[in-house]
Design a protein around this ligand. Structure first.
Ligand SMILES: [Zn+2]
Length: 402
C-alpha cells in the first residue's frame, strides 16, 4: 500500500506542467496556426453582424455541423450527442482520440458553441475555435490517454450541454477537463483568468505554469472558489478536476451578451495573437500533462531521428508493447510494415530526409543476402511492398541528396 504522501506527490506531478518547455511541448505547441484559427472563427462559426448561434439562431445548426465536419476531417471519431431542453433536442459535438498507454482514462478539452441571440464572436466562438485548433494539432500526435474534444450546446441556458455530457460519460474515467469561455477580447492585461475550485488547483496551476512557459508573454491570474458560471462547473460538481480559462476581466468587455459581440465590431475587437499565445500554452500543457508525443519519437526528444529508426526496427514484428507504442500509429497492436510509411513520413518531416540503412545493409537486403524482416521492410522506400530498382533509385537519391 503506497504511503499517502507519495500518492499526493504523484498526483501533483501528474497535473503540474513542467516549469520548463519540453522538447515535444515546443514542437507541438508551435504547430498552432493563427490563420487556421481565424478560418474556424470567421468562416465556420458565423460571428458577424446579424448572425446568431442562439436559441432561435439561424446559424446555430450550421455552426454545429461545421464543427462536426471539421473534427471528422482530422480523422477523429465524432458523435452528435443528443439531450433535451424545454422539449427540444440539442446536441453536443463530441470528437474522440484514442489513448495508447492509458486508453481508459479520459481528458476533456471543451467549450460551448452556442451564443445568446447575437453573433457571439467572443462568447464563445473564440473558445470553440480554440478547441477546434487544438483538435487539429493534437489529433496528429500520440496521446497517452483518451482525449475528448467537446463543443457543448446550450451553455447560455444554464450549462445544459455540459451537464448532459457529464451524465452521459460517467463511465469515462475523466481525470480532468480544460474548458475555455470568452478568450478573445483584450481589455488591457493581455492575460487570462483561470477559475476553479481549490480542489482543481493542480490543473489550474498547471495551466498557469504552461502559460508562463509557452505563452510568449501572456499573463495568467488564478482564482479559486465556487464559480458556477461556465461548463467547468458541471465537471467539478461531480468531483472531476476542471478549470475554465476566460479573458482577464471579461466583464470589462462591454459587448458581452450584446449584438455588438461580433467580429466586425472593430478590427481589434478580437485579439488573435493573444488567442494564439493561449492556444500554444494549452497545447504545451496537454503535451506535458496527458502526455502527448510525436509518433515515431520513442525517446521523446521532440524529433524523429536515426535513434528512433533503430528502435523502430527493434520493435518490428513484436506485439506493440508500451515501449513500442510510439511506432504503432495505426494502433493495430503490432509493429509491422503497415507502420513503416508513417514512420518514414515522420522522419522525413523531422529530419528533412528519409531514414536509411547503411549502404552495405541496403545492398545485402536488395541482394537477398540479409532477409531480416525489419530490414526488408525499411528498404521498401517507395512503400509499394515490392523490393526493386525503384527502391534502389530512391535510396541513391536520398543518400546523395545535398
Ligand atoms: Zn460563454
Amino acid at each position: 500500500m503506497l504511503k499517502y504522501s507519495s500518492i499526493i506527490v504523484g498526483i501533483l506531478a501528474f497535473f503540474a506542467a513542467s516549469a520548463h518547455a519540453s522538447p515535444p511541448g515546443v514542437v507541438i505547441s508551435q504547430q498552432v496556426d493563427v490563420n487556421n484559427y481565424k478560418h474556424y472563427h470567421q468562416d465556420l462559426l458565423y460571428t458577424y453582424t446579424g448572425q446568431s448561434r442562439g436559441l432561435a439562431g439561424a446559424q446555430h445548426d450550421l455552426a454545429r455541423d461545421n464543427i462536426k465536419n471539421e473534427f471528422m476531417s482530422f480523422g477523429l471519431s465524432v458523435a452528435l450527442e443528443p439531450f433535451v431542453y424545454v422539449a427540444t433536442t440539442y446536441h453536443n459535438v463530441v470528437a474522440t482520440q484514442p489513448g495508447t498507454d492509458n486508453p481508459t482514462q479520459t481528458v476533456v478539452i471543451g467549450a460551448h458553441f452556442d451564443s445568446v441571440n447575437c453573433p457571439g464572436s467572443d462568447d464563445n466562438a473564440t473558445g470553440t475555435a480554440m478547441v477546434m485548433e487544438l483538435a487539429r494539432i493534437l489529433s496528429q500526435h500520440r496521446s497517452s490517454k483518451r482525449l475528448r474534444f467537446v463543443a457543448f450546446d446550450r451553455e447560455e441556458q444554464g450549462r445544459r450541454g455540459s451537464i448532459a455530457y457529464v451524465a452521459a460519460h460517467g463511465a469515462d474515467n475523466t481525470v480532468m477537463a480544460v474548458t475555455a469561455d470568452m478568450v478573445g477580447h483584450d481589455s488591457g492585461a493581455y492575460g487570462m483568468d483561470l477559475y476553479s475550485k481549490a480542489t482543481s488547483s493542480a490543473v489550474t496551476n498547471g495551466v498557469a505554469s504552461a502559460i508562463t512557459t509557452y505563452g510568449n508573454g501572456l499573463a495568467s491570474f488564478t482564482n479559486f472558489g465556487n464559480f458556477s458560471f461556465s461548463d467547468h462547473w458541471s465537471f467539478e460538481n461531480v468531483g472531476i478536476p476542471a478549470v475554465v480559462i476566460i479573458e482577464r476581466c471579461y466583464t470589462c468587455n462591454t459587448n458581452y451578451h450584446t449584438v455588438n459581440d461580433k467580429t466586425d465590431f472593430s478590427p481589434t475587437y478580437i485579439n488573435y495573437n493573444m488567442i494564439a499565445d493561449l492556444t500554444r500554452s494549452v497545447a504545451g500543457y496537454l503535451v506535458d500533462t496527458v502526455p502527448l508525443s510525436l509518433w515515431g519519437d520513442k525517446d521523446n526528444d521532440g524529433d524523429v531521428d536515426d535513434t528512433d529508426f533503430t528502435e523502430f526496427r527493434n520493435c518490428f514484428g513484436n506485439p506493440a508493447a508500451p515501449s513500442c507504442y510510439a511506432f504503432d500509429k495505426n494502433m493495430s497492436g503490432t509493429i509491422d510494415c503497415t507502420d513503416w510509411p508513417a514512420f518514414k513520413a515522420a522522419h522525413l518531416t523531422s529530419q528533412g530526409r528519409i531514414p536509411l540503412l547503411t549502404p552495405d545493409d541496403f545492398a545485402n537486403v536488395i541482394l537477398q543476402i540479409d532477409t531480416t524482416p525489419s530490414k526488408v521492410c525499411v528498404c521498401d522506400l517507395n512503400t509499394d511492398t515490392i523490393l526493386d530498382g525503384l527502391d534502389v533509385q530512391a535510396y541513391v537519391a536520398a543518400a546523395t541528396a545535398p
